[in-house]
Design a protein around this ligand. Structure first.
Ligand code: NAP
Length: 314
């Protein structure tokens, strides 16, 4: 495993973060708790030392599964969760989080989405209060615009940003990503495998499961086939390195300048093991650039006025 500094915390985090949304069960088909726990153990065994969950993943269920799985191994892992933007709710949610995870503190607490009705300084002010109370070591943001990043940083030191980002979803390329580099904020991008598309899981429409993926804009009729063509290109490049498409997709994401540790969801241990093969080698600069160019062809056709699933916070 390779490690990088998490913002200005001085802490080394693995270049893969384990994503725990799937362990929340409700948005995903056929999730089995025992496989979730095995996947978390496989991640720790492989040297992955950061796990991302949220209050919203199964209404705390994912937090409970993660908390249970890391019992006895708490010192090996940096735990990150997420909350809403409303100040009073943040103070309740951190307590619920600690109860769900059966812990006295969490390492990183992130605002899941900004609220258009609540000024950023109020939200971040509440985050700073729970940090001062020792309930979280560090604070971060997710789904924040460039301007919201500025306002957050004017209020308190944020160590991380969690934006959507993968070969196809390139909303942050020209604003949030350079801002985070400039201010040494760690970037933990989510849906880095485009929910399985970049793992080569879906080649035909019938392959897409009837779960959260059916709402993903990248799986929509008018765009899906073009995405699959890019996946096939990445697969050819990967084969030249003796790697699989998912390994090359992870390698591409982690080597984009400014990216710290892509968050990769994995429902079972075999996926975690394959995904760690995305680390320890490197695509050439030309391969990086060509994958980027092909991804941008799709990126410029996407509608970023709502998120990857058509949701925008009210
Ligand atoms: N802040 C936010 O708003 C936000 C939003 C979304 C996600 N996130 C975070 O980011 C994490 C990752 O995003 P994500 O879960 O949306 O999607 P993702 O990481 O892009 O994709 C995860 C899915 O890819 C498939 N996969 C992974 N490894 C594979 C392998 N080796 N072979 C075949 N398939 C493989 C699995 O699909 P199957 O399940 O079909 O096997 C897995 O569930 C989440 O868990 C969460 O922590 C945050």
């Amino acid at each position: 495993m390779q490690y990088r500094k998490l913002g200005e915390t001085g802490i080394d985090v693995s270049v893969i973060t384990l994503g725990a949304w799937v362990y929340g069960v409700d948005a995903w088909a056929d999730v089995k708790d025992d496989e979730s726990v095995q996947a978390i153990h496989a991640a720790l065994d492989a040297g992955i030392n950061i796990i991302d969950t949220a209050a919203g993943y199964g209404g705390g269920y994912s937090e409970r599964v993660v908390g249970e799985a890391v019992k006895g191994r708490r010192d090996e892992v940096l735990l990150a969760s997420k909350c809403g933007a409303q100040p009073e709710r943040i103070k309740q949610q951190i307590d619920e989080c600690l109860q769900n995870m059966q812990m006295d503190y969490i390492d990183l607490y992130q605002v899941h989405y900004p609220s258009p009705r609540i000024p950023v300084p109020e939200t971040i002010g509440a985050m700073a209060e729970i940090q001062q109370a020792g309930k979280t070591r560090f604070i971060g943001v997710s789904n924040f615009s460039l301007e919201q990043h500025r306002e957050a940083l004017d209020t308190a030191r944020i160590e991380t940003s969690q934006p959507p980002f993968n070969v196809f979803w390139r909303e942050i390329d020209d604003d949030v990503l350079p801002f985070c580099r400039e201010h040494n904020i760690a970037v933990l991008p989510y849906s880095s495998l485009a929910q399985g598309l970049l793992a080569g899981r879906f080649r035909k429409r019938e392959d897409i499961p009837d779960d959260i993926r059916s709402k993903n804009k990248l799986m929509a009729d008018d765009i899906f086939e073009q995405c699959v063509e890019v996946v096939e290109h990445i697969e050819e490049v990967a084969a030249e390195h003796g790697k699989s498409v998912v390994q090359a997709a992870i390698n591409w994401t982690m080597n984009v300048p400014g990216i710290t540790s892509p968050i990769v969801g994995a429902r079972r241990s075999s996926q975690v093991q394959e995904n760690t093969g995305g680390v320890g080698w490197k695509l050439t600069d030309d391969e990086m650039a060509e994958i980027s160019r092909r991804g941008l062809e799709i990126a410029k056709r996407l509608d970023y006025s709502s998120n990857m699933w058509g949701y925008s916070p009210k």
